[in-house]
Design a protein around this ligand. Structure first.
Ligand code: NDP
Ligand code: DXP
Ligand code: MN
Length: 395
């Protein structure tokens, strides 16, 4: 029996995780679930999975949460605040932590799980983009096992040799990691109509049902940029070891190309319960409720090279990856601010990349070697991106 904390239980990944866990009550017990604003959903989840702790990140919700807990007959202890997130990630009773808080808010709770040597199911890619080497070093020090949940990285993990040594492409005979991406909803949209893209259009992914922020990131392909950086850290790859391939159908979730000409791909219907189940059960396989792939249903199976003019955020992320930690931390922060501004109707779709780029160009890079410095750079870039937006940034 594994005891699991689900950070970000009320989100898209969180709900899918509880769905898989609920299918295997003999294998998994929920220790804690966490949410931020969706109190009612969180209590309904607690009613069903009976955790020991329910954590609400925002401590102003404590009273309302207690009232709802009593309404739903939830016995769990209710905790609030960011320290509580770290406590339920690192508690000695916990075996595995699903890291599924969105954005920078997930960094410290995820790191707490890493430092406590847990089995960390990593969905929160922003944490790794923000803190790269510090995150991987912390895992090496504590013995934490990082299991990639992001579908592409989970696919690559499945396609690598079982004895793959971190960063050792030569011994493993690897030529390239091929990171696939759908290209989002605007893959074929005329570039001269990008200024009229609406929030609804950008919030509709062609294949995946996901949270709001990652869906916009997929539309700008910043998601693939973040994943490019994530892949470098997870697998010890350099920027030249990874190619991004557009695959509009999202059936192949990524591939590993070997020096003998072989390409090993992982395929399946676009349903996050597959990587979640693999992360939970690895090295075993468990039923996940996912419809089997039916090849007679697949009319098109195609690939193309991403056009960096269409996806300026992808170029920005690859350049930031080559530049180093300060650049990727700042880029992630700027992107969180610009995506939120787009979703608030304050800037246009094509301003997202412009705000990100202007933020990166505004300040010289510095060296960062502690989490404190990472958090300082994150704040600095948020303030700068906000200034750029408030200065009436024009598309
Ligand atoms: N969705 C997907 O299919 C995939 C997601 N990922 C990654 O997984 C992560 C989660 O994505 P997704 O599930 O789509 O996101 P959602 O927006 O659906 O869910 C986010 C979760 O984080 C919680 N949360 C939001 N803000 C805070 C905060 N300040 N402090 C603590 N908790 C907070 C939310 O709580 P509440 O809802 O209660 O406010 C919710 O539980 C992201 O990093 C994403 O990039 C990676 C691959 C695929
Ligand atoms: C499901 C998942 O892992 C997402 O990150 C997905 O990859 C988004 O789709 P894009 O390929 O369009 O970014
Ligand atoms: Mn992904």
């Amino acid at each position: 029996m594994q005891t699991v904390t689900v950070l970000g239980a009320t989100g898209s990944i969180g709900c899918n995780t509880l769905d898989v866990i609920n299918r295997h009550p003999e294998k998994y017990r929920v220790f804690a679930i966490t949410g931020n604003s969706q109190l009612e959903l969180l209590m309904q989840q607690a009613q069903k999975c009976a955790p020991r702790f329910v954590v609400i990140a925002d401590d102003t919700h404590y009273k309302a949460a207690c009232e709802l807990a009593s309404h739903y007959g939830v016995d769990a202890e209710i905790l609030t605040g960011s320290h509580a997130l770290e406590d339920v990630s690192s508690a000695p009773e916990v075996d595995a932590v699903m890291a599924a808080i969105v954005g920078a808010a997930g960094l410290l709770p995820t790191l707490a799980a890493v430092k406590a040597g847990k089995r960390v199911l990593l969905a929160n890619k922003e944490a790794l983009v923000m803190s790269g080497k510090l995150f991987i070093d912390a895992a090496n020090q504590s013995g934490a096992k990082i299991l990639p949940i992001d579908s592409e990285h989970n696919a690559i993990f499945q396609c690598l040799p079982h004895d793959y040594e971190y960063g050792n492409f030569t011994t493993a005979g690897i030529r390239k990691l091929l990171l696939t991406g759908s290209g989002g909803p605007f893959r074929e949209r005329p570039l001269d109509s990008f200024s009229s893209i609406t929030i609804d259009e950008a919030s509709t992914h062609p294949n995946w049902s996901m949270g709001r922020k990652i869906t916009i990131d997929s539309a700008t392909m910043m998601n693939k940029g973040l994943e490019f950086i994530e892949a470098c850290w997870l697998f010890g790859a350099g920027a030249d070891d990874i190619d991004v391939v557009i695959h509009p159908q999202s059936i192949i979730h990524s591939m590993v190309q070997y020096i003998d000409g072989s390409v090993i791909a992982q395929m399946g219907n676009p349903d996050m319960r597959t990587p979640i189940a693999y992360g939970l059960a690895h090295p075993a396989r468990i039923e996940a409720g996912v419809k089997p792939l039916d090849f007679s249903d697949i009319a098109n199976f195609s690939f193309q090279t991403p056009c960096l003019k269409r996806y300026p955020n992808l170029k920005l992320a690859i350049d930031a990856c080559k530049e180093g930690q300060c650049a990727t931390t700042r880029m992630n922060a700027a992107n969180e601010v610009s995506v939120a501004a787009f979703l608030d109707g304050k800037i246009q779709f094509c301003d997202i990349a412009k705000v990100n780029e202007a933020t990166l160009n505004a300040m010289p890079y510095v060296s960062v070697s502690s989490i404190q410095q990472i958090l300082e750079q994150d704040t600095l870039a948020r303030v700068k991106a906000d200034e750029i937006i408030r200065g009436k940034f024009q598309c």
